[in-house]
Design a protein around this ligand. Structure first.
Ligand code: MCN
Ligand code: CUM
Length: 795
């Protein structure tokens, strides 16, 4: 099923009428390029007040006293609220998306630097911020736990003493695979390689920070909340549970979102504070965090300390993989993942290889750092899993003296083995790995690159070639085993065709930049033959869209994309019955061709979807038993996830004098099944690869030993720009998903997942002459320098 041919429907302007998949320009861009997007901070309501949050300056301390009197007297201030005041209403704590609790405002202790301690509501943003400085908080500073390895030591300070009976910093244990079977395979293997790896804590750093505008109407008891959320419906349910406002009285609106990357999945205290503030003041209240607040207090990603072990035969057959993980979840477990998956989908750490046994044991701990634990284009921890397996496979290649491409090719799951059940229980729906790998190698000119590398090494130049091959699991549900706080991971979708043949499709998922207004119009267009320009995509408003669990884990195309195709087919089925009446033939005698039904054998006798839409709403008879109107609604529950894959090859040059890494080339071949809009897919891949350069070479949320966050601005927390990245070379293969109605798999996080190991593998490969087998991210010049020096062989 693999091909590299693309159906080239190049849509240069959206007035053209081609139907179906292709490089259609994004319908949302005219408003964005004109600066007419409508983001949360653009919302202005009459009489709106502004909220600012006082945050803890220290990582761990008992709150002795808070004096708000000076702040209350400050000009323009309407209210100052502390945790103690929230506690009186039972609102000081809120549930997280993973069954932990998190302080909305600290009451007893602060548990990370940047934690929310109090808030001020004032007439404008400046008055609110000024008043923060007048709040006097007395802290009794405690020893912090910053290093996850320290957290479980018997004498470590207990962070979560709010939890009843909690006498340590243990968060959860999790395991998968078969420990005994894996140990047996390791015992008889010719070769065992183990490597310690750290995936540092990083931040999604979206361009738009988090924020909300809350507007509570005390008369009718309705709450409207504009907020930066990737999951408006799930958030609404949580607010209903926390605030006790009935769900039908809450409207969550997620307008244009300026990037999410997972940062906007969790519910943050700021959202709840804005709601409380609106209830207390009777006025609309806006909270918009600044860059530092976003970087120090909102959902971080990764922070896994891993030991990877791999067992193989001498001739390079991989037998088993084992890993032990210490996961740092910060002060509150705010991970957004299906509840039965506290480690997300890390269980796919067996990668793309057909092996005999696998086992993972994980311990998660609390530390005095910001809560979170999943966000940042990770497909629920698959980023960490892919990094682990692709790094240790390279370590094995090094040990065996084998080419890393050859080692991978030798161990791939073969096409005839799909659907393939992994040793940790995941059923990969489809895959054809070798052609994807070969295409990447061809595009790179792999053999030629190795020759070049050999010549350069002989001259003392440091050139590295790194490979990574990944399989992702994206598209959560199915609902029977995947839910967030009891809400099953299925998606609603509604399609209405108006009398003139224009349509509106309403989605439960939310776009934060991925182009849903375009691609979902294309999906529907392909099914019912209405041009994409005539199909309006609505999302991000709980009053106007059907229930569904939102966008993360690249689930929109696998779940809501399927829902959109199926709802369109349902509408088409009804249209067929109406057409049979219009053409006076039986339904069986009709043939569908992009946009019209015609009588079999008589293409001249036909009615278009637009004719049918008018008839469905118009005067005149409809066939027996058919109600008027042309619309349908469904809720789609996926039978499995989809498993996209990809082969990435990175070429780096390392300056031996400065240890600076330059990514010279990067070849990315992705297989996401049926491709809806290749231009958008390439954009997703380009963005993800750029993320990968950031994580591999630059990004890390660092702390000093007191728990001060050292990356509170983009001067210190480095993110990549056009200057650090090469011209991406992308290619693709197509292996459709067998269970998805149009064969599509997700792709939004593939490149972020797949690229870091390719880059690290390339740098380590470049440093081979120094005997380096591993170096931890981010591979900044100082780390590369240390690696070169620390392990340099004597001349
Ligand atoms: N697509 C396609 N053909 C496919 C698969 C996808 O044309 N076979 C298109 C989709 O229609 C959609 C886009 O590619 O327009 C991404 O689709 P999908 O893989 O389904 O992912 P989601 O839409 O669910 O997006 C979420 C994913 C995640 S979880 C993160 S994190 C991330 C990402 O997308 N955050 C992003 N990409 C981002 N891109 C931007 N610009 N901003 C973010 O915050
Ligand atoms: Cu893990 S980041 Mo995305 O799934 O929203």
């Amino acid at each position: 099923m693999t091909t590299v041919h693309e159906r080239v429907d190049t849509f240069h302007d959206n007035d053209q009428k081609p139907i179906g998949y292709g490089r259609m320009l994004r319908k949302e861009d005219p408003r964005f390029v004109r600066g007419r997007g409508r983001f949360v901070d653009d919302i202005q309501l009459p009489g709106m007040l502004h909220l600012a949050i006082l945050r803890s300056p220290v990582a761990h301390a008992r709150i002795v006293a808070i004096d708000t009197s000076a702040a209350e007297a400050s000009p323009g201030v309407k209210a100052v609220v502390t945790g103690a005041m929230l506690a009186q209403q039972g609102l000081a704590w809120m549930p997280t998306l993973s069954n932990d609790v998190q302080a909305v405002l600290a009451t007893d202790k602060v548990r990370f630097q940047g934690q929310e301690v109090a808030f001020v509501v004032a007439e404008d943003r400046y008055a609110a911020r000024d008043a923060l400085e007048l709040i006097d908080v007395e802290y009794d500073v405690l020893d912090p736990v910053i290093d996850a390895r320290r957290a479980l030591e018997p004498d470590a300070p207990v962070i979560r003493d709010d939890l009843e009976g909690k006498a340590n910093n243990h968060c959860f244990d999790w395991e998968t695979g078969d420990e005994a079977a894996t140990a047996a395979v390791f015992a008889r293997a010719d070769v065992v390689v183990s490597q310690d790896l750290v995936y540092p804590r990083v931040h999604p750093a979206p361009m738009e920070t988090c924020g909300a505008v809350a507007d509570f109407d005390a008369v009718d008891g309705r709450l409207r909340l504009w907020s930066t959320t990737q999951a408006p419906h799930a958030h609404r349910t949580l607010y209903a549970l926390v605030a006790g406002i009935p769900e039908h009285k809450i409207q969550v609106i997620s307008p244009d979102i300026g990037g999410g990357f997972g940062n906007k999945v969790p519910i943050y205290p700021g959202y709840v504070c804005a709601i409380v503030a609106s209830i207390v003041t009777g006025k609309p209240v806006k909270w918009m965090e600044d860059r530092s607040e976003n970087l120090i207090s909102t959902g971080f990603a990764r922070d896994y300390i891993m030991r990877g072990e791999i067992a193989a035969t001498r001739d390079g057959r991989i037998l088993a993989i084992r890993t032990n993980v210490l996961a740092d979840h910060g002060a509150f477990n705010g991970t957004a993942a299906p509840v039965k998956y506290p480690a997300g989908f890390f269980g796919v750490f067996t990668g793309s290889y057909d092996i005999e046994a696998a086992y993972c044991k994980m311990t998660a701990v609390y530390t005095n750092k910001a809560p979170g634990g999943v966000a940042y284009a990770c497909s629920f921890r698959i980023t960490e899993a892919v990094y682990l397996v692709e790094r240790i496979v390279d370590c094995l290649a090094d040990e065996l003296g084998m080419d890393p491409a050859e080692l991978r090719l030798k161990n791939f799951i073969r096409p005839e083995q799909f659907p393939y059940k992994t040793k940790t229980g995941w059923v990969y729906d489809s895959g054809n790995y070798e052609p994807t790998m070969r295409l990447a190698m061809d595009m790179a000119g792999y053999a030629e690159l190795r020759r070049e590398q050999e010549e350069k090494r002989a001259r003392g130049e440091l050139m590295g070639i790194g490979i990574s091959f990944f399989t992702e699991a994206v598209g959560a549900g199915p609902r029977k085993n995947m839910d967030i706080l009891g809400l099953g991971m299925a998606d609603g979708c509604e399609l209405r065709v108006h009398p003139t043949g224009k349509a509106v499709v309403r989605l439960s998922v939310q776009s934060q930049g991925q182009g849903h207004e375009t691609t979902f119009a294309q999906i529907v267009a392909e099914e019912i033959g209405i041009p994409p320009a005539d199909i309006e995509v609505l999302h991000g408003d709980t009053d106007n869209t059907p229930f569904g669990l939102g966008t993360y884990g690249s689930r929109s195309t696998p779940v809501s994309g399927a829902a959109a195709a199926l709802v369109a087919r349902k509408v088409r089925d009804k249209a067929r019955i109406i057409a049979s009446g219009m053409l006076e033939v039986s339904v069986a005698d009709l043939e569908w061709e992009k946009g019209a039904f015609h009588v079999k054998g008589d293409p001249g006798k036909s009615v278009t979807i637009q004719d049918i839409a008018m008839r469905a709403h118009g005067a005149g008879d409809l066939p027996e038993g058919v109600e008027g109107g042309l619309e349908a609604q469904i809720c789609y529950n996926p039978s499995n996830l989809t498993y996209p894959h990809g082969a990435y090859i990175c070429v780096v040059d390392v300056d031996p004098g400065t240890a600076q890494v330059k990514v010279r080339r990067f070849i990315a071949v992705d297989d996401c099944g049926t491709r809806i809009n290749p231009m958008i897919i390439e954009g997703q891949v380009h963005g993800g690869l750029t993320d990968g350069v950031g994580m591999a070479l630059m990004e890390m949320i660092a702390f000093d030993e007191d728990g001060n966050c050292l990356g509170a601005s983009l001067m210190d927390y480095l993110i990549p720009t056009a200057l650090e990245v090469p011209d991406w070379e992308t290619g693709f293969t197509v292996t459709p998903s067998p269970h998805h109605p149009i064969g599509a798999k997700g792709v939004g996080e593939s490149a972020t997942v797949g690229s870091p190991p390719a880059i690290v593998n390339a740098v380590v490969d470049a440093l081979k002459p120094f005997g380096v087998r591993h170096a931890d991210m981010p591979l900044t010049p100082s780390r590369v320098w240390d690696a070169m020096r620390g392990q340099a062989r004597p001349p």
